[in-house]
Write a protein that binds this ligand. Structure first.
Ligand code: ATP
Ligand code: MG
Length: 438
């Protein structure tokens, strides 16, 4: 290695072949639950017009203020975007989902849609446990529904995914942050109370006092958290409709059998939330312990130029969730080992092309198969077969090969039996299904 080797960037991670188990289990659980709950898959580009987040996520948010990776697209217009536009590596999935919803005219075709997505997000944050600059989220957006049952559905869905992934120690926190009708008076009361302790607030919060006072409640600075803890709560100031909505959300979550805690100071870091907000936390994470955040956002679609369309959704932090799964040892017992079906051992170098043909035809038959590509001796290949965790090995060479046959060895019992090469795949499949290992 040179003195100054090229390394991965701070806040980015490789995921190596042996590091996928929890990842796969979480994504499989999510897919299963999305199908059960009727959500359709959406994929959007990683690159978006920067204005989408400035308008959608909100100018006063930490994401837009400090965390976006924005670059200028070429000024000559050759990229077909008219040139001179700022493009951003998406920091979150909700504004892109709404952009796609509007761009595909989904609002003109029945309006109501339940969508899910999964993919990488980018934020220039200080890297720490579970916090990266390139990270991943799995999220849902239920678009076009005002019912409190839908708020509850997304909370129950997130809980179902975590349960399905094997997590048992999650805590759900919920609150209502009201609507544009009742929030102004709360904002006023909050501001008044915070102004009395302005000297205890951080520099950023001084600015938030004037621009977006609710964000003070979301500040991660310990001094500000202390002040926020003593601040008035919105619960007592909700309008009748928000109050009813909140009560119905809670009743529906109760009905779904998920326990939760009301957290009267909970707000979310993004500007578009209205009424219900929630976070799912896990103690494995330390100070930044939220593994999923969500809520209702009835104003975002109009903010992005669409018709009035109430929505609710959540985003799960994948890396944060994986830390929780590791701590709870949520290994997938059903998945078994990583072993392949069959390892083809070549006893005669000149037969390697035949072995390769055999490996190819086993794969075509839907079996995972492998062989040696490094010119190992047959005894070393046998060791590799063992190491690979293969259920079977196919020993190719000698007189059997003259008869277009090979010895099929059950790696568990050690028993061997001659099989014609063209029947090897069928025989292995038969034995696999007989052992229930399909
Ligand atoms: P938080 O207040 O937890 O930072 P947020 O309001 O900034 O969240 P959301 O998009 O709502 O942003 O985040 C949902 C979840 O995604 C977070 O709770 C967290 O688990 C995960 N997440 C957010 N930012 C990062 C990051 N930089 N690295 C890893 N995971 C992240
Ligand atoms: Mg954040």
């Amino acid at each position: 290695m040179s003195e100054n080797p090229i390394r991965s960037l701070s806040g980015t991670e490789d995921r190596l072949p042996w590091q996928w188990e929890f990842w796969r289990r979480l994504h499989a659980a999510a897919r299963r639950q999305f199908a059960l709950h009727g959500y359709g898959e959406l994929a959007t580009p990683v690159l978006e017009d920067a204005r989408l987040f400035i308008k959608g996520t909100g100018e006063d948010t930490e994401i837009v203020e400090k965390q976006m990776y924005t670059l200028n697209s070429s000024a000559d217009g050759e990229d077909g975007n008219g040139g001179n536009e700022a493009i951003t590596l998406r920091p979150e999935g909700t504004p892109p989902a709404i952009r796609a919803y509007l761009e595909a005219n989904m609002h003109k075709r029945g309006k109501f849609r339940k969508l899910w997505y999964a993919g990488p997000m980018f934020r220039r944050e200080r890297p720490q446990k579970g916090r990266l600059r390139q990270f991943h989220q799995i999220g849902v957006e239920a678009i076009g529904g005002e019912s409190p049952l839908l708020d509850a559905e997304t909370i129950l869905l997130a809980a179902a995914i975590y349960r399905d992934a094997g997590l048992t120690q999650c805590q759900t926190h919920i609150n209502s942050i009201g609507c544009p009708r009742c929030r102004p008076s709360y904002r006023h009361a909050l501001k008044e109370s915070l102004e009395n302790r302005v000297r205890e607030l951080c520099h950023d919060c001084h600015r938030r006092l004037d621009r977006n006072v609710l964000r003070v409640l979301d500040c991660k600075n310990p001094g500000c958290r202390q002040v926020a803890g003593d601040a008035p709560v919105i619960k007592d100031m909700l309008c009748g409709e928000c109050d009813r909505h909140y009560a119905l959300v809670k009743a529906a979550i109760d009905g779904g059998g998920v326990s939760y805690r009301e957290e009267p100071h909970l707000v979310r870091g993004l500007d578009y939330y209205t009424r219900t907000v929630y976070e799912i936390k896990h103690s494995a994470l330390g100070a930044r312990d939220t593994i999923c955040g969500g809520g209702r956002y009835d104003g975002l679609v109009t903010q992005l130029g669409g018709p009035h369309t109430p929505c609710v959704g959540f985003a799960m932090g994948v890396e944060a969730t994986l830390i929780a799964m590791e701590e709870e040892s949520c290994a997938d017992e059903a998945e078994g080992g990583d072993g392949i079906d069959v390892y083809v051992v070549c006893f005669d170098d000149s037969a390697r092309p035949r072995c390769f043909e055999q490996v190819t035809s086993l794969r075509k038959a839907g079996l995972s198969a492998d062989m040696d590509y490094e010119g190992r001796s047959s005894s070393k290949q046998l060791k590799m077969a063992n190491k690979s965790g293969a259920a079977f090995s196919l020993l190719v060479g000698g007189s059997e090969l003259q008869r277009n046959a090979a010895a099929l060895k059950d790696m568990h019992s050690g028993k061997q039996q001659e099989v014609p090469l063209e029947k090897a795949a069928g025989e292995i499949r038969k034995r696999k299904s007989a052992s229930g290992n399909t």
